[in-house]
Design a protein. Structure first.
Length: 323
């Protein structure tokens, strides 16, 4: 089968599309013929081994997992003898961080992994980007416990995480202020934002409004800069560790002062997560934003584009062209 393989850490050019063996499946595994996948920040981080401590998980000098790819959508090609949750021919989607393997024509997934049947009326390319950014957004909602009627600011509202966060917050009944560039104001309004701040014309950290929570969905700000935006007892959360990993330390320190606090939204991966996402997608409350599509053979170009930091929402890779 064709797969995008990297044998060493480094820039996008270390990835090449080659023929490799099709994965085998055990008694409780599902073999998925992958129709679409994505390239995202998670894939880029593991490919480049940045931050460096990732190597403790992926291999100190060389990557243990040669085929990356976290998100996938496709058709069940075969099932193990003990599989009861899925059948050959089922259309499925899911998330496979850690094991990876979605940048290939076939993927083996445990039946109790992060996999679910696809929502109705969605194509493989539309649903493939439905888990990576959105499961970080779900972590923000869970960690912050924001309630209907509260005010939240989302910085980086056009990325995979931010665009999902805006939609999921609106589904919860939250009042959302989104921060983006001039060119993307209409896109963000279309996601449901109640108010938009254009960071190219004004400093969002000097906004006169105050918020119950600020979510930095791109990891480019800090608690220090955003603290003045928070109401008493308000929360700052970021998708990134921050300078000197401060977003892991500040959640331990800020509660001591009984004021504005920092929490880190550790994502939870599991089958219930992907089922919850399927439900909100089927309800029309969330639709992944897609920027560009590339065939598997151009996956290096996709990596390069993602690493410009300019993508809107998600970048989709077509493995099996639609018929």
């Amino acid at each position: 089968m064709r797969a995008a393989v990297h044998h060493r850490y480094g820039p996008p050019g270390v990835v090449g599309v080659v023929e490799v063996d099709q994965p085998s499946i055990g008694d409780h595994d599902v073999l998925v013929k992958v129709h679409a996948t994505t390239v995202n920040r998670t894939d880029c981080g593991y490919r480049a081994a940045k931050p460096f401590f990732i190597r403790a998980i992926t291999g100190l000098t060389r990557p243990r997992r040669r085929v990356l790819g976290t998100e996938y959508a496709g058709v069940v090609e075969a099932v193990g003898a003990g599989v009861t949750s899925f059948a050959v021919g089922d259309q499925v989607f899911g998330y496979n961080e850690g094991a990876f393997g979605a940048h290939a024509e076939y993927l083996s997934v445990p039946q109790n992994g992060v996999i679910a049947t696809m929502p109705a009326n969605m194509t493989f390319e539309e649903i493939a980007p439905g888990t990576e950014g959105s499961h970080y957004a779900l972590a923000f909602l869970r960690t912050s416990d924001v309630q209907p009627g509260q005010d939240v600011l989302v910085y980086g509202a056009t990325g995979a995480i931010g665009s999902a966060a805006v939609q999921l917050l609106k589904h919860r009944g939250v009042t959302v202020t989104a921060v983006c560039a001039t060119a993307h104001i209409e896109l963000v309004k279309g996601l449901g934002a109640d108010r938009v701040v254009d960071y190219t014309t004004e400093d969002f950290t000097k906004d006169e409004q105050s918020y119950d929570a600020v979510f930095d969905a791109v990891g480019k700000s800090t608690f220090g800069r955003c603290k003045r935006l928070l109401k008493p007892g308000g929360l700052y959360l970021s998708s990134d560790l921050g300078p000197w990993a401060q977003n892991l330390l500040l959640p331990l320190v800020t509660p001591l002062f009984r004021g504005r606090r920092v929490k880190f939204p550790f994502p939870v991966q599991g089958q219930q997560m992907v089922r919850d996402l399927r439900d909100v997608i089927e309800a029309g409350a969330f639709k992944p934003v897609i920027d560009r599509r590339y065939p598997l053979e151009q996956i290096v170009d996709a990596y390069r584009y993602v690493e410009t930091g300019q993508k809107l929402g998600n970048v989709v890779i077509t493995i099996t062209p639609p018929t």
